[in-house]
Structure formats: structure tokens, C-alpha cells
Design a protein around this ligand. Structure first.
Ligand SMILES: *[C@@H]1O[C@H](CO)[C@@H](O)[C@H](O)[C@H]1NC(C)=O
Ligand SMILES: *[C@@H]1O[C@H](CO)[C@@H](O)[C@H](O)[C@H]1NC(C)=O
Length: 339
């Protein structure tokens, strides 16, 4: 009967330890080993054996210690090394303490030393790599988490920031559903469209579903303006949502903008370009720059010189022609003949 009672008590203690939440110690050490470790734990204040107090000490030193949890945030695959480090620290103490009485001060000192060694060694392990911000579920770049004894994903939101694109009416535009991280081979891509600028899921209507990463508009019309969303799935699970807000600029505005662009470039010193997203029409009335005025003035002067040159040349040519006519032998002969 007392054996049965002891078993139930032990079970209750184990349950309370397991249910109290997870931590780096609990991820790697069996509950049975913990019971063996805490078997001879003496509360020196009362001089009694108390296993529960020992579990509380373990929680404080390992499981609820943010330094331990932080040190254990290693990259994929390194949880096995974490386990080796933890067991190399704890198991010798388990063997040493089992069936032996030790007071709480001794436990405290030994466990704290074990935790400090764990922190030092775990901190030296490779951290998570291959997380590409700012968005998407990235299973490859993952971080170990002692609070769940599992790997977390890279902890980015599924929704990528909205990107603005502008296209002239009747021109061509393309949108790509590209992500910088590795995707599984079985992906499905859904393109959706919303007339307004939004990232709210219920505003979108599905346009295509398949494996096409490219959405192409060969001839943009004004009614193509709006938000385009591409969502990538793998096995029904959403991995990322990319957003493009497309603005189609009416043809006439495009014409004006291009004219203005040419004008502005002419006014700027070589190598400099103005970025003009929208140009108010009145800016067309701006006065030309001194450089342009100089060029105009020089052209005018050149024209003047040419005119003067022509005026000078014309009579002189006339004078040249007259003797030439006289000197011409055939003419002369003819004249003589006619006379
Ligand atoms: C705990 O045990 C150690 C070693 O046996 C001893 O030196 C120490 O005085 C004890 N501490 C208390 C508070 O009993
Ligand atoms: C049209 O698109 C081409 C390239 O796709 C670009 O070079 C050109 O500037 C665009 N024209 C307008 C009016 O947007």
C-alpha cells in the first residue's frame, strides 16, 4: 500500500514537473533522470528531503533562465549538439547524487555551474542562417526554441510589403512572384487582383492558379490599375504573399511627361538626371537656362555671319562671272559669228 502511495506521489511530482512548461533542460533530459537527480535533495532550512523544491531549482536555473534559452537558439541540426552538451553536464551529477543526500546549497552550486557551461558552449554553436527578410514562411532557415523544444520558422510575416509599379498606357508590364529563399518543388501559385490599393485578403478576386511565377500585361489599359497579389502555396500551406500596386498612366500624360523629360535633360549638365514622378503642366512654361540661351545666341550670330557672308559673296561672284563670260572662247566665237 505504501509502495502504491509512493508511486502515485512520484507520478504527481513528475506530472507537475512536465506540465510546468518546457525549457532547455526538459528538452534534453528524461524526467526519470530528473527524479534520480533530485532524489536526495535536502532543504537545509527544515532539514527534510524535498524533490519538488529541487525541480523548482532546475526550472529557475535552466528552464526559466533567459540566458540559457537565448544561448540555445542555434541553427537547424544543432539541437543534437545542444543535447550532448546538456547531458554531458547533467548526467554525471545524476549518477553522483542518486541515492545520496545533498543539501540545497550543493545542488544550487553544481547546477548553476552546469548551466554556465551550457551557456558558454551553446553560444559558440552556429546560429540560424538562411533567413531572408522581410517576409515569407522559410522552413530552411530556422531557429531552435527551448520553450517548445522545436525549431521556429524565421519569424517573418507571410505578407510582403506592397511594391509600387507604374506603366504608361499601352505599354507592357510584368510582375514576378519571386522570393529570395528556397521554395519546395511542389508549389502552387495563385494570382489575385483588387481594383483598389489594398492588402486586405477579402478585397481580392482570383485571376489565375497554377505554377506561373510571371504575370504579364502586354498592353496596359487604365482599367488594369489596382493591386495584384501573388500567393505561393505548398501542400495547402501558404508560404508567402507578394503585392504589387500598379498605376497605369494615361497616354496623354505619358506624352507630356516624356517631352518634359527631354527638356529637363537638355537643361541639366551632362551625367545628371532629374527624377520626376509627376510633372505639373505649368512647369513646361519655365524659362530656358543660360546655357540654352547661349546656344541660341551663338546660332543667331552664326546665321548673321552666314547672311553677311552670302551678301558679300553674291556680288563678288557676279563680278567674277562677267569676265569669265568674256573670256569664254566658244561664246566669244559665237558672238563674233553672230555679229
Ligand atoms: C551543505 O552541505 C555542504 C557539504 O556537505 C556543507 O559544507 C554546508 O555547510 C551545507 N549547507 C547547509 C546550509 O547546511
Ligand atoms: C515602355 O516600356 C519600356 C520598357 O518596357 C520603357 O523603356 C519605356 O520607357 C516605357 N514607356 C512608357 C511611356 O512608359
Amino acid at each position: 500500500m505504501s509502495k502504491m502511495f509512493g508511486f502515485v506521489v512520484r507520478l504527481l511530482i513528475l506530472m507537475s514537473f512536465i506540465c510546468a512548461g518546457l525549457g532547455c533542460y526538459k528538452c534534453f533530459i528524461d524526467p526519470d533522470d530528473s527524479v534520480r537527480l533530485c532524489w536526495g535533495h535536502i532543504l537545509s532550512k527544515y532539514n527534510i528531503r524535498n524533490i519538488d523544491a529541487c525541480f523548482k531549482t532546475l526550472d529557475r536555473i535552466f528552464n526559466n533562465n533567459p540566458d540559457v534559452t537565448k544561448a540555445a537558439k542555434v541553427g537547424r541540426g544543432y539541437d543534437t549538439i545542444l543535447k550532448e552538451i546538456m547531458r554531458a553536464e547533467i548526467m554525471p551529477i545524476v549518477e553522483e547524487f542518486h541515492q545520496n543526500m545533498n543539501n540545497d546549497t550543493v545542488y544550487e552550486v553544481r547546477l548553476q555551474a552546469a548551466a554556465d557551461t551550457f551557456i558558454t558552449m551553446a553560444t559558440g554553436l552556429p546560429r540560424a542562417s538562411g533567413c531572408f527578410p522581410p517576409c515569407g514562411f522559410q522552413a530552411h532557415g530556422t531557429v531552435y526554441n527551448c520553450m517548445t523544444c522545436q525549431y521556429d520558422s524565421c519569424e517573418f510575416p507571410l505578407d510582403c510589403p506592397l511594391q509600387e509599379i507604374t506603366v504608361g498606357e499601352n505599354n507592357r508590364t510584368q510582375m514576378w512572384c519571386h522570393v529570395p529563399f528556397v521554395l519546395p518543388s511542389d508549389i502552387q501559385i495563385v494570382w489575385r487582383y483588387a481594383e483598389i490599393k489594398t492588402m486586405l485578403m477579402d478585397r481580392f478576386a482570383e485571376v489565375t492558379a497554377g505554377t506561373d511565377k510571371l504575370f504579364s500585361i502586354p498592353l496596359a489599359r487604365l482599367e488594369h490599375s489596382g493591386t495584384y497579389q501573388c500567393e505561393i502555396f505548398s501542400q495547402e500551406r501558404s508560404l508567402v504573399r507578394i503585392y504589387y500596386h500598379l498605376t497605369v498612366v494615361p497616354y496623354e500624360v505619358v506624352g507630356h511627361a516624356e517631352l518634359q523629360d527631354v527638356f529637363e535633360k537638355a537643361l541639366l549638365p551632362a551625367g545628371q538626371f532629374l527624377l520626376l514622378p509627376s510633372i505639373p503642366p505649368f512647369s513646361l512654361l519655365r524659362l530656358p537656362s543660360p546655357e540654352l540661351l547661349t546656344v541660341c545666341l551663338a546660332s543667331l550670330l552664326l546665321l548673321l555671319f552666314l547672311t553677311l557672308g552670302a551678301l558679300y559673296w553674291w556680288p563678288s561672284k557676279k563680278m567674277d562671272c562677267e569676265p569669265e563670260q568674256e573670256r569664254e572662247p566658244h561664246r566669244n566665237t559665237y558672238t563674233l559669228q553672230t555679229v
